[in-house]
Write a protein that binds this ligand. Structure first.
Ligand SMILES: [Cu+2]
Length: 115
């Protein structure tokens, strides 16, 4: 009986903690610009980088702590997914086209999702 009670309590604790909420956003890459993601993004969210342009890009994300996530080469029509790692202001740039630049504010994972 005691074991069952302990198991029930453990289950309730695990279920109430649950997995952290994360959302998926799509960022469209046009010829020489990136379409801004309109919904608020948070650390742990996934960004789908969708290259709808007619040229190859190689985007990278610079986080507020100075670390970088590289998306590698994306030919036209290719999508790549990236889980945002660090909250704070971030900059998305392209190795091939230095003119491409998008600033993004990444909210904390603890911030409740937008309504
Ligand atoms: Cu590019």
């Amino acid at each position: 009986m005691r074991v069952i009670r302990t198991l029930i309590i453990a289950c309730v604790v695990v279920l109430s903690c649950g997995p952290a909420y994360s959302a998926e956003h799509t960022l469209v890459m046009h010829h020489m610009e990136l379409e801004e993601v309109t919904a608020p993004v948070r650390a742990g969210d996934v960004i789908i980088f969708d290259n709808r342009s007619d040229m190859t890009h190689n985007l990278y994300v610079i986080y507020s702590d100075g670390t970088v996530d590289n998306l590698d080469t994306q030919v036209p029509g290719m999508q790549r997914k990236l889980t945002l790692r660090v909250a704070g202001p971030a900059v998305i740039k392209c190795w091939i086209h230095p003119i491409i630049r998008l600033e993004m504010e990444i909210g904390s994972q603890d911030t409740p999702p937008a309504p």
